[in-house]
Design a protein around this ligand. Structure first.
Ligand code: GLC
Length: 443
């Protein structure tokens, strides 16, 4: 790929103020692959030709139990403030009634637009709206077959040329712009536009493959279109346009610290799954438990980031029992602890995170939150906070926690009397919360 840097540095940016306040969103991967129930990449994994895939899944997609109100309730009750839905994933199938393709929800057994009622239901609960839109498209007849991603593999340059006969990448790029125009003009305010993904550096001549990035997708035009139609929408970083994005999106990986680009801290959002697959996966058994997911959310916020947690609804249109169990558990914790998440970010410099803990901080209220992952023996020590805290309490029940070691303890061997260390006295029994949180009112 040519390295011509697009002149995107001066392009306007999205409004991330609500985003860095709200911190917690729901990703939803739902499409024809939900019926395969063995990973949303099954078309690629099993190299299923377009006709076979379409024949098996399109007409049979019959989400008779689809209840967008129930989905929106599950998200809102879990404390999620925005959602991002796969309007089109790599398979190419569209959840809305696009004028530019027949490969869409209205031509399934559902016979209706499945996106609109979802948008309405979430929005009615104050959950902001995000659209995931796949740049990859394994169904579109104009999208060139240049790589090993998707159902087809060329074994020679000639074969690749043959496969691409009649295909014109520019027509596919225009199709994407037409569809994105529909998405950004037909559904009211869209808060997040999540493009996925680019791989410009994946040229492998030995495999007769080429990467795809901003040139193939015509990303610059796409980005300008998005900005024109919805100036404040938040755009992710996967268009392969340096400087023209609002949020970095590490996936299935937890950053060790606040994400930086060229040395600067940036807005970031980790997207994570319950079990590995994004689409509904019947057989995946190693699901993360509720406590682990809550700790992941806390971990993100303690490093100045967001969490976008994924649900893969079934082909009949339900969140399965395992997902509902996790969401309900997260919601129970969030009900009493969301104050340590919303509006929060990394702790001020100089405050040392105690062992087995994560800190978050709300700069607007001046409160610091200690999330205790493993319960200590009576006292919690925080270096850098000595003399700086006015009052302390548990967050879940607003019960006071006293500060400072009493005389008897402070004279024993091994006691720390450093003046810059804050000592919080804890009950010996860990409170009954997935992750107990101590709220500290700074002076
Ligand atoms: C990857 C995968 C995809 C998933 C996405 C979410 O790029 O291709 O299946 O939708 O990650 O981040």
């Amino acid at each position: 790929m040519a390295k011509t840097a697009p002149s995107t540095a001066e392009l306007p940016k999205g409004d991330t103020r609500w985003f860095t306040h709200d911190r917690f969103g729901m990703f939803i991967h739902w499409g024809l692959y939900s019926q395969g129930a063995r990973h949303e990449w099954l078309m690629h994994n099993e190299q299923i030709p377009v006709e076979d895939y379409e024949r098996q899944y399109l007409k049979r997609f019959d989400p008779d139990l689809y209840d967008p109100e129930a989905w929106a309730d599950a998200a809102a009750n879990a404390g999620m403030k925005y959602f991002v839905i796969t309007t089109k994933h790599h398979e190419g199938f569209c959840l809305w009634d696009s004028r530019h393709t027949d490969y869409k929800a209205t031509n399934t057994a559902a016979r209706r637009d499945l996106l609109r009622p979802m948008v309405d239901a979430f929005r009615a609960r104050g959950v902001r709206v995000g659209f995931y839109y796949s740049l990859l498209d394994w169904h579109h007849p104009q999208n060139t077959i240049d790589d090993r991603i998707g159902p087809y593999r060329a074994r020679s340059e000639e074969e690749r040329a043959r496969m691409n006969k009649g295909r014109a990448q520019a027509k596919y790029a225009r199709y994407m712009r037409d569809q994105v125009t529909e998405l950004l003009t037909g559904f009211g305010q869209v808060d997040v536009m999540w493009f996925d993904f680019s791989y410009p550096d994946k040229d492998r001549p030995a495999d007769f493959t080429k990467g795809k990035g901003r040139l193939a997708w015509e990303s610059e035009k796409l980005y300008k279109l998005v900005r024109r139609l919805q100036p404040s929408v938040i755009v992710d970083n996967r268009l392969d346009l340096p400087g023209a994005w609002d949020v970095m999106t590490p996936e299935q990986f937890q950053p060790r610290e606040w994400v930086t680009v060229d040395g600067e801290r940036v807005v970031w959002e980790a997207c994570q799954t319950f079990s590995g697959s994004w689409g509904y996966h019947r057989g995946e058994a190693d699901w993360r438990d509720t406590d682990q997911l809550i700790r992941t959310l806390i971990d993100c916020v303690s490093k100045g980031g967001n969490l976008l947690l994924n649900v893969g609804p079934t082909g009949r249109g339900e969140f399965d029992a395992r997902a509902l169990d996790r969401l309900t558990g997260i919601g129970a914790w969030m009900k009493r602890h969301n104050r340590s998440i919303y509006g929060c970010t990394e702790a001020p410099a100089g405050v040392r995170t105690p062992e087995d803990c994560r800190l978050t901080y709300n700069p607007a209220t001046g409160r610091l939150y200690v999330h205790v992952f493993a319960w200590p023996y009576m006292q919690l020590y925080i270096d850098g906070l000595g003399g700086k805290v006015e009052y302390a309490q548990f967050l879940h029940d607003a019960s006071q926690l006293t500060l400072g070691l009493d005389d008897w303890r402070s004279h024993q061997a091994g006691a720390s009397n450093r003046p810059d260390t804050l000592v919080v006295n804890l009950p010996q029994k860990r409170p009954d919360a997935a992750v107990p949180v101590i709220e500290l009112f700074l002076k």
